[in-house]
Design a protein around this ligand. Structure first.
Ligand code: ADP
Length: 309
């Protein structure tokens, strides 16, 4: 297991930030950590990277308990903190060599790794510029290069694309996707489309508690989705409404209906029997996917104001 979190609790004074959360991430997975602001994403990541002690519970990276051996965990982990703190007066290459030195690499090796990271993160033209002179997108690249400099097995990225313009966003996502081929990656975001662009699995946190941990496509098919049904001939919506387990019927086009089942009811059998009984052709019977927005809103119970990006 690359990351293991068990019953993790965090209080900041009286402020309750994490409420006994548990999850685990396999080696090689790329997992989106989704939740509204203040949900506890950064707190979890700071604990996982050894920058913050939990109040109780266990966080482990590559089998190493973070509280017991934070230095060893830091050797295995690359971390891009929220707001990407960098030394703006340093030059890009100089900074990466410096970061490599902090990770314990000897100077020749530090220079070599800095060269490699400049190549990997697309910083060749920027490497002799001051970090303060770079655009936000290039600063994120430097942040990623810094996180990768010691070739860690696990990457923890806290809102790696926040504040980027649409072009920068696409580039950084691509970079993360490329990097994730060889690493385990946990990245936080409050942008739903980000999760879709980067990964299959998502962990959703709300008010310090995990409210979902599943593959994205399973979440989409989960609770709340309706059945889309198309018949070959006209049928009566009123009759559909009377079938056992049917909660609500909406028209969805010519001879097409969106049918909502009562909670916990599987109405596919009833619909098939209805079509046979009425001698109507059943052209389509399909579970409609939930939109990401609907999933997020239901799980976190906050109205969505986030624009699509
Ligand atoms: P997220 O990263 O999901 O936005 P955070 O982990 O930053 O959430 O915050 C979780 C909760 O803990 C929030 O209520 C936040 O206000 C609180 N919190 C975070 N850092 C501190 C701190 N240093 N002192 C007090 N409360 C904090």
């Amino acid at each position: 297991m690359a990351i293991e979190v068990k019953d993790l609790t965090k209080y900041y004074g009286v402020q309750h930030a994490l409420d006994g959360i548990s999850f685990s991430i396999n080696k090689g997975e790329i997992v989106g950590f989704l939740g509204p602001n203040g949900a506890g994403k950064s707190t979890t990541m700071k604990i996982l990277t050894g920058y913050l002690a939990p109040t109780s519970g266990v966080a482990a990276v590559e089998g190493i308990n973070v509280s017991e051996d934070p230095q060893r965990v830091k050797r295995q982990t690359g971390y891009l903190p929220e707001h990407n703190p960098l030394y703006h007066d340093m030059y890009v290459h100089e900074y990466l060599e410096f970061a490599a030195g902090i990770c314990g690499l000897a100077s020749g090796m530090a220079r070599k790794r800095a060269d490699e990271m400049v190549g990997l993160c697309g910083l060749s033209l920027e490497q002799n510029k001051k970090i303060g002179a770079l655009s936000k997108g290039y600063r994120q690249r430097v942040g990623l290069a810094q996180a990768l400099i010691h070739n860690p097995k696990v990457l923890i990225l806290d809102e790696p694309t926040s504040g980027l313009d649409p072009n920068q966003l696409v580039e950084i996502r691509k970079l993360i996707k490329d990097i994730s081929r060889e690493k385990t990656v946990l990245f936080s975001t409050h942008i739903l489309q980000e999760v879709e662009a980067l990964c299959d699995r998502v962990i959703v946190i709300n008010r310090g508690a995990i409210v979902a941990d599943d593959l994205l496509h399973k979440l989409r098919l989960g609770k709340g989705g309706a059945l889309l049904v198309e018949f070959g001939q006209p049928v009566s919506a009123e009759e559909l409404q009377t079938l056992p387990g049917v909660e609500r019927v909406e028209s969805a086009g010519v001879n097409r209906y969106r049918i909502h089942a009562a909670p916990g009811q599987d109405i596919r059998g009833e619909l098939t029997k209805f079509a046979a009984r009425e001698n109507k052709a059943l052209l389509e019977l399909r579970q409609e996917e939930n939109s990401l927005e609907a999933i997020f809103s239901r799980l976190t119970q906050v109205p969505l104001t986030e624009p699509a990006s």
